[in-house]
Every structure is written in C-alpha cells, then in structure tokens.
Design a protein around this ligand. Structure first.
Ligand code: SF4
Length: 260
C-alpha cells in the first residue's frame, strides 16, 4: 500500500524556521498522524530566501489582493513570493501530494481569515497567505486544512476520511482503470458518499451506469472530480444516519480516523 504523502508547513513539524528562529510544533501531527503519512515539509518564507531569523511580515492593502510586506520597513516581498510559489506548487505536483496541512494565521501559509492591514491601519481578518493561495488555486480539489481546525474532532475526521478515501481511489487506479473496478469502488463507498452529498452520490451512480458508453479516461476523470467534490463537503449527523440506515459504513479511513 502506497503511503499517503501530505505537504505541511515545516514549522508544524518542529523545524525552527519561523521569523524568530522558533517553531510551532504540533505533537498530534508529528507523532500521531505522522505514523500513517509521509510529510513533505515546506516553509515558503525560508525557501524563498528571506532567511532565519528574518523581519516579521504581514499582509497589507486590499484584502482581496493583499501584499506581503515587512512590518517595520514596508519592504514588499509579494512578487518574489508569488513567483516562487508558482514554481514550488509545480514541483509539489511531481511529488504526488494527497493534501496539505497549513499553519493558520500566517501571511504565507494561512488558508483563511489572515489579518490584512488596510491603509487606515485597521486589521481585517479576510486574507489568505500567498503560498496557501497559490497551492489552493493549483490544486482546487485536494484536501487542505489548518492545524488549528484539526483540533476540532469533526473537521479532523472529515480531513482524515478524505485523505484515506483518496488513498483507496489511487490504489484502485494503480490496479488498472476498468469499469469493473470502478463499479466495485462505487459500491464500497456509496454510504460514505451519501453521508457527504446525496446529489454527488447520485450523479456518480449515473456516471458509473453510463460507463460503457464513455471513454475510460473521461469516465475516470469525471468520477474523480465528483468524488473529490463530494468528500470536500462535510458529513453531517443527519446525512450520515439517513445514508447508513440499516447498514454501517465500513471503510479503512473511518476506522483509522476513529483511532486517531
Ligand atoms: S507559517 Fe509557513 S512561512 Fe511561517 S514559519 Fe511556518 S512554514 Fe514557514
């Protein structure tokens, strides 16, 4: 079985790469989740060549299109970071990542609600870190989370479930793209999918049913898009109970997620 490969903000693994030379070790990620996955650590600010330690930076300007600037001097590193980020996500595509865990609130790594300091000096929690934004634009369907959100049991289960479902999907693909294997995959995951999105599950069922009339590559590409879209929607107790009436979900991702 191929091990899951997750990108991660390097400071979360205890690497002393922050602006002050410190780290932000998350023991759960390194010591617990780390038993099941291979991490690919990335520190955008260190890798782009800003040094360790370095001057603290924040996002400034228009929250919809913020700049990455040094707090004390106002030096603008936006263009340098964006050029590097586009190149780095291309390299990460070669790594075959299954998702990414980002450091929250960082002007480079935060995925939402990062403070942006506007011209009048007010801070608006509406920004996205520049590297996180480049990653999510390049991989719009891959699971991404922040370490803070993974403290929430529901969000953690959802993330774990997504990456293990993706693992089973990739294992199935590695065995060969056949209609028979797709039918078996869909049957095995039907209740899991229903617990996330009945609409997607039905569309996927129709797609599989029409499989013989479609080109194999097209069939699998469309199914994969729907699968990733469905799994990005949070499972709710009501969806789960209606999906599993009379039958319990039994997936490896569920059992490992519960064990975490
Ligand atoms: S939050 Fe991102 S840029 Fe900042 S130290 Fe951690 S990995 Fe590096």
């Amino acid at each position: 079985m191929e091990k899951i490969k997750l990108g991660i903000s390097a400071c979360l693994l205890g690497e002393p790469v922050r602006y002050d030379g410190q780290h932000k070790l998350d023991p759960f990620l390194r010591d617990t989740l780390g038993r099941y996955v291979d991490f690919v650590p990335v520190c955008p600010e260190a890798e782009v060549g800003l040094g360790i330690p370095r001057e603290a930076m924040h996002l400034g300007g228009d929250p919809a299109d913020p700049r990455l600037v040094v707090v004390k001097t106002g030096i603008d590193h936006t263009d340098r970071m964006n050029v590097w980020a586009r190149r780095r996500v291309g390299q990460l595509e070669q790594e075959g990542l299954w998702g990414f865990i980002f450091k929250s609130r960082s002007p480079s790594c935060g995925t939402e609600g990062v403070k942006v300091f506007t011209a009048n000096g007010m801070a608006v929690k509406a920004g996205i870190g520049l590297f996180a934004a480049a990653f999510m634009a390049h991989f719009p369907l891959l699971p991404v989370e922040e370490e803070g959100r993974l403290q929430d049991p529901d969000l953690r289960e959802n993330f774990i479930e997504r990456i293990f479902t993706l693992q089973r999907w990739r294992e199935m693909l590695a065995g060969g793209k056949t209609l028979r294997s797709l039918i078996a995959f869909h049957a095995a995951h039907k209740y899991l999918l229903l617990s996330h999105s009945e609409v997607h599950c039905r569309r996927m069922g129709k797609l599989v049913a029409a499989g013989r009339a479609l080109q194999t590559a097209d069939l699998f590409a469309r199914y994969e898009t729907l699968l990733l879209q469905a799994m990005s929607l949070k499972s709710t107790p009501s969806r789960s109970s209606s999906a599993t009436t009379g039958e319990k979900k039994k997936t490896r991702g569920d059992s490992v997620g519960a064990g975490l």
